[in-house]
Design a protein around this ligand. Structure first.
Ligand code: HEC
Length: 240
C-alpha cells in the first residue's frame, strides 16, 4: 500500500511529460532553422547562402572557394538584376552556356531571399554614371540582337554581325569581371567598346533594312508594270 501511492502520483507527471515532448521537439526544429525567425530577406538570404554551401565554390570578401566567380561585388553587376538571379538559380546553363553551377532546387522564398542577398553585395563607391553607361550598353546590345534576328528572318546572311555581337557580349562580360576588381578605368573602356560595337551592328542593320525596303519597292513596281502590260494586252486583244 505504502509503495503504490507514489506510483499513482506519478501518472499526472507522466501526462505532463508527454505534453512537454512535442513542445521540446518543436523548439529544437525551430532552433535548427533560425532562418524563419527573421523577416529581413537579405539576412535570410545570407543564412541560406551558408546552409546551402555556396561558399564552397564562391568567395565573399576573401572567404570561400574558387570554383565559381567571386561574389563580393555581385550586386554591382548591372546586368545581373533580380530577374537574372532568379533565372540563374533555377537553371544556370540557361543564362550561362556550359555553366557548372549546380541547380539548387530552391523554394520560392529561398529564391527571393538569396536574390535579395546577392543584390545587397555591392560597393557603394561604384559611380552612378558608370552604372548608367553599362545599362545603356546592355540596352544597345539587346537592340542589336533584335535587329540581327529580324534581318535573319528576312533571309539575309548575318554571320559577320553574329561575330560582332559576340565581341560586344564579351566586352560586357569583361565589365562584370572588372567591376569585381574595381578597375574602373577598364570598366569605362570596355563599356565604350561595347556601345561602339552595338552601334556598328545597328548601323548595318539599318542599311540591311534600307536594302530590304528597296527590294520591296522594286517588287511592287515590277508587279504594277506587269499588271499594266496584261491590261494593255487585253484591251488590244478585245479591239481586234
Ligand atoms: C559546385 C560549385 C558551386 C556551388 C555549390 C554554387 N555555385 Fe554559384 N557558380 C558556380 C560557377 C562555376 C559559376 C559560373 C557559371 C555561372 O555563372 O553559372 C557560378 C556562378 C554564380 C553566380 C553568377 C556570378 C557572376 O557574377 O557571374 C552567382 C550569383 C552564384 N553562382 C551564386 C551562388 C549561390 C547563391 C550559391 C548557393 C546557393 C551557389 N552559387 C552555389 C559554382 C557554384
Amino acid at each position: 500500500m505504502i509503495n503504490r501511492l507514489p506510483c499513482h502520483s506519478l501518472i499526472p507527471l507522466l501526462y505532463l511529460w508527454f505534453a512537454v515532448i512535442p513542445l521540446i521537439a518543436l523548439n529544437i526544429s525551430h532552433a535548427e532553422s533560425p532562418a524563419t525567425e527573421t523577416d529581413d530577406p537579405v539576412a535570410l538570404g545570407q543564412e541560406i547562402y551558408n546552409l546551402k554551401g555556396c561558399s564552397s565554390c564562391h568567395k565573399i570578401a576573401g572567404a570561400g572557394g574558387d570554383l565559381g566567380p567571386d561574389l563580393t561585388n555581385e550586386g554591382n553587376i548591372v546586368s545581373h538584376d533580380a530577374e537574372w538571379h532568379r533565372r540563374h538559380f533555377t537553371d544556370p546553363p540557361s543564362l550561362v552556356p556550359g555553366s557548372t553551377m549546380p541547380k539548387l532546387g530552391l523554394t520560392e522564398n529561398e529564391l527571393s531571399a538569396l536574390t535579395a542577398f546577392m543584390l545587397s553585395l555591392r560597393s557603394e563607391d561604384l559611380p552612378k554614371d558608370i552604372e548608367g553607361a553599362i545599362k545603356m550598353a546592355h540596352e544597345k546590345l539587346d537592340e542589336a540582337r533584335k535587329g540581327i534576328d529580324e534581318i535573319k528572318k528576312s533571309g539575309f546572311n548575318a554571320d559577320h554581325l553574329e561575330v560582332k555581337y559576340v565581341q560586344g557580349w564579351t566586352h560586357l562580360e569583361t565589365i562584370n569581371n572588372m567591376i569585381y576588381t574595381h578597375n574602373l578605368a577598364w570598366v569605362y573602356k570596355e563599356t565604350e567598346e561595347a556601345v561602339k560595337t552595338a552601334k556598328e551592328i545597328l548601323q548595318e542593320v539599318l542599311s540591311y533594312n534600307k536594302e530590304l525596303e528597296h527590294r520591296v519597292i522594286q517588287t511592287v513596281v515590277l508587279i504594277i508594270l506587269i499588271v499594266i502590260m496584261v491590261v494593255l494586252l487585253f484591251i488590244k486583244l478585245l479591239r481586234v
